[in-house]
Design a protein around this ligand. Structure first.
Ligand code: SAH
Length: 393
């Protein structure tokens, strides 16, 4: 077990060695960074619905501290304040992992997110919300009895007054319901800039749900690209349809359920101009992490899976077309090494410049200067990787 200021990262020795190959003597500061939130919480403005400057004004008029990103015109960010000291009042409510990660940023705790509680907790009790690992996250007032919380029905369990970090509760804003923005990290936004989808082109998003990047593709191309978004998970596709509906993009995208490892066989006519490969990964770059348990075996399994998607992208993309590969993880095995292995097999593929000036270069292989990496401890973003490939023949 690797202890960081608040997080607990349970990574096996081989995985820590793999991370050491990436970060060397910066490993500890990387681990510290991913256990904290970034200092900026980003959203992408849905430019098909509202001008970013207009949304900025609306939010400021509500008293919310919000700024425009220095470079990406569709990006706004909210400063995340903290860490603050929160006391342990003795009466405790345990939030599950997912709820803990929101409560630590100031969200209220709802009954479905309660894992356990002291039996004496009743409406009006001052309570401390802790994570399943016992980290103190927030202080607040209980709104129901412990028994009721444990039934995990609906409703507010704890109204949070003080949390270790503080950020606006974006999903509770009317501007969120109106589809004016999509909470998304800055590197994820850069991915679609690298893809650069143009009006009239056929774009395939191979691992699309819940649709963060698909929505951006629609906005970036002014709704004028033909976008087909694939995913194999029915549950995530349902979530994606809801998101596309909220953003007003449902008419502008085809959403198809499919195992994308076989798109070339299942849709032989599919010859996209551009393909986005944003496959499942070990998510080692995602933050904040209160707790994580992973092994090197997970990295190798993910890398083998990722290669299958990239190979299919190489087969279906038309000649002259573009493939963008991105992950929210940091190992060489799931990033540079995936690209280099597929390149050895598909001689028509070439790595090209991404054209973006933020982040740093890749860390391994013949084309390392052409890849983009974002490092949590350097750029204060999630850990992230982007590569751009062109099919020359
Ligand atoms: N691009 C998305 C995030 C993708 S996460 C966004 O920006 O919001 C990876 C996705 O890959 C998950 O939704 C998962 O369901 C999907 N996936 C995993 N295996 C798949 C497969 N074999 N075929 C299609 N989709 C798959």
């Amino acid at each position: 077990m690797f202890g960081t200021p608040i997080g607990r990262l349970n990574y096996d020795t081989e995985l820590l060695q793999a991370l050491e190959r990436v970060y060397g003597n910066e490993l500890q500061s990387f681990l510290n960074a991913i256990s904290r939130p970034s200092k900026r919480l980003y959203v992408r403005v849905n430019i098909l619905k509202i001008d970013p400057g207009a949304l900025l004004d609306i939010l400021r008029a509500r008293g919310i501290e919000v700024y425009r990103d220095e470079e990406l015109s569709e990006a706004l960010y909210f400063p995340v304040h903290g860490p603050y000291r929160v006391r342990d009042v003795g009466l405790r409510v345990v939030a599950d992992k997912r709820a803990s990660e929101s409560v630590m940023l100031g969200s209220n705790l709802y009954a479905p997110g309660v894992e356990d509680c002291d039996p004496e907790v009743r409406p009006g009790s001052i309570v401390t919300v802790i994570s399943p690992q016992g980290d103190v996250l927030a202080e607040g007032v209980a709104k129901m009895r412990c028994e009721e919380m444990k039934r995990r029905g609906k409703g507010l369990a704890v109204e949070v007054h003080k949390s270790i970090y503080k950020a606006p509760q974006l999903r509770e804003l009317p501007e969120f319901s109106a589809g004016y923005f999509y909470p998304q990290s800055l590197p994820a936004m850069y991915t679609v800039h690298v893809l650069n989808p143009q009006p009239g082109e056929l774009i395939v998003d191979m691992c699309a749900a819940p649709g963060g990047k698909t929505g951006h593709i629609v906005e970036y191309s002014q709704g004028l690209a033909y976008t087909i978004a694939f995913d194999h998970s029915q549950r995530k596709l349902r979530e994606m349809i809801k998101e596309m509906e909220r953003l007003g993009h449902l008419h502008a995208v085809e959403i198809w359920r499919s195992d994308s490892r076989y798109l070339d066989v299942d849709y032989p006519w599919l010859k996209p101009h551009r393909v986005l490969v944003d496959p499942p990964c070990t998510a080692l770059g995602v933050r904040p992490k209160l707790y994580d348990r992973k092994s090197y075996h997970d990295v190798i399994a993910a890398a083998n899976y990722q290669k299958q998607f990239l190979q299919v992208a190489a087969r279906i993309v038309r000649s002259g077309g573009v493939i963008v590969y991105s992950t929210c993880t940091v190992t060489l095995e799931e990033n540079e090494m995936v690209i280099e292995e597929v390149l050895r097999k598909y001689r028509c593929l070439e790595v090209v410049e991404t054209g973006i000036r933020r982040g740093s270069h890749g860390l391994y292989g013949d084309y390392k200067d052409l890849y983009i990496r974002f490092h949590p401890q350097v750029h204060d973003t999630p850990g992230y990787f982007i590569a751009k490939l062109v099919k020359k023949c």
